[in-house]
Design a binder for this molecule. Structure first.
Ligand code: ADP
Ligand code: ASP
Ligand code: MG
Length: 417
């Protein structure tokens, strides 16, 4: 008899009414689950943003890096502490046995990378045993602790990862992620009204969708689920009793009968394009530039190198997150003489739009359809990158929604009616 894991995001626990509704759902699930129930909660909607603002305000521009990050985690993790206690109380009021579990109490052990720590182990200090006695465990998501006792957080959206990690540790039957949409859609339903709910999506496609910007699941949670074989179901926390709420199952590719060539469209506005113009073109130059970026922990995404005004000079263009682009600018500007280039330009007014689908492995013409659809709307492509199951393009940010809608139609993903 395996336990069930349920996770509720910020909008699902936004106030006491919502928390009471969640408590009703958890109590009903507990009656049907002889293996027990663990619930993971996020902070109330908007609370983490408020806490981030407080931390930034206290630090000003004086404290950066190590002098800031460990206390940032102490502050921003507190939102989840509140909701775990509130939900435990709401369950007790319903006559259920329940208690809250904070990251340090379980403990949820992580590495020391404050602000985006990775889970290393759940020791389960009495935690599985408590669930086996029928006590509902209400776990504060998003938070962990290092081996030496400091509090960490798992990166924005990290409660999804807490939930999958708990499901893997408990060998749970399933990890149900309850949120404010009723499943994973072919694209963000908030920008394309014709988006369709997907019944089943493979771990691999979901991993690409999440890492390319679909924030319905944190990327790391999908990776963890894939590695541990945890089935994830994404469904609505707001469904009325009797309403269909089958959601989306994220599972192995071979459990999916109907495979699509393109399953979904993702977009990300958190992109910046860095162009180094007039770089002297000789072997080792790319290695030098990207080694400097790696030493500063800057994650580079797309890269293009092309000759400029003859073969002696090249232009080197790459993308990274907006936040990293500030650091990239200072690292590369400081090394201008050593690298040898004319000019550096950072453009934050760009977005990445991607099409994802395992069917691309065996079908041709997917890229052509993408470029056609974008050109028919007059959208210029600045950079392209591909993998086995995705094609991404960088475009002017003001065309993001237009591009997503055009691609959604071009691949026949629009809902009928
Ligand atoms: P929670 O607070 O429950 O963790 P999030 O806001 O993190 O919820 O994630 C849910 C949101 O993800 C939805 O409201 C939706 O706007 C967005 N989203 C982006 N892409 C998709 C997609 N392909 N399918 C479903 N939702 C998506
Ligand atoms: N509360 C955290 C955030 O807003 C974690 C989460 O919601 O998953 O990022
Ligand atoms: Mg989320």
């Amino acid at each position: 008899m395996s336990p069930i894991v349920m996770k509720f995001g910020g909008t699902s626990v936004a106030d006491l009414d919502r928390i009471n509704h969640v408590a009703d759902m958890v109590a009903a699930q507990a009656k049907e689950s002889p293996g027990g129930v663990a619930v993971i909660v996020s902070a109330m909607a908007g609370e983490t943003n408020r806490l981030v603002g407080l931390a930034n305000g206290a630090a000003g521009s004086d404290l950066v890096g190590e002098a800031f990050d460990d206390e940032y985690d102490v502050i921003v993790s507190s939102g989840e502490q509140v909701t775990s206690g509130l939900l435990a109380l709401a369950l007790r009021r319903r006559g259920m046995k329940a208690r809250s579990w904070l990251g340090w109490q379980m403990p949820m052990l992580t590495n020391q990378v404050h602000g985006k720590a990775r889970i290393e182990d759940i020791e389960g200090n009495g935690f599985p045993e408590a669930i086996a006695t029928g006590e509902i465990a209400v776990v504060a998501g998003f938070q962990g602790r290092t081996e030496d006792g400091r509090i960490t957080t798992l990166g924005r959206g990290g409660s999804d990862t807490s939930a999958v990690a708990v499901a893997a540790a408990l060998k749970a039957e399933r990890c149900d992620i309850y949120t404010d949409v009723d499943g994973v859609y072919t694209t963000d339903p908030r920008i394309v009204s014709k988006a369709r709910r997907i019944d089943r999506i493979s771990y691999e496609e979901m991993l690409e969708m999440a890492s390319l910007g679909a924030k319905v699941l944190q990327t790391r949670s999908v990776e963890l689920a894939m590695n541990h074989g945890v089935p994830i179901r994404v469904l609505s926390s707001m469904a009325e009793p009797g309403q269909d709420n089958s959601g989306t199952l994220v599972c192995d590719e071979d459990e999916i009968m109907e495979k699509q060539v393109v399953s979904g469209i993702a977009y990300s506005r958190d992109e910046a394009k860095v162009s180094l113009l007039g770089v002297s073109n000789h072997p080792g130059i790319a290695a030098d530039i990207f080694a400097r970026l790696a030493r500063s922990n800057i994650n580079v995404d797309m890269i293009v190198q092309a000759d400029s005004r003859g073969p002696e000079l090249a232009n080197m263009v790459f993308t990274c997150t907006e936040r990293d682009s500030d650091l990239a600018l200072s690292v590369l500007s400081e090394a201008k003489d050593q690298i040898g280039y004319d000019r550096i330009i950072v453009d934050k007014n760009v977005a990445k739009v991607s099409v994802v689908g395992v069917g691309m492995r065996s079908h041709t013409g997917v890229a052509e359809a993408m470029f056609d659809a974008l050109s028919s709307k007059g959208i210029n492509i600045q950079v392209i990158s591909t993998s086995e199951i995705k094609i991404s393009v960088l475009i002017d940010a003001s065309y993001t929604e237009l591009a997503v809608r055009a691609l959604h139609s071009a691949y026949g993903l629009d809902a009928v009616g």
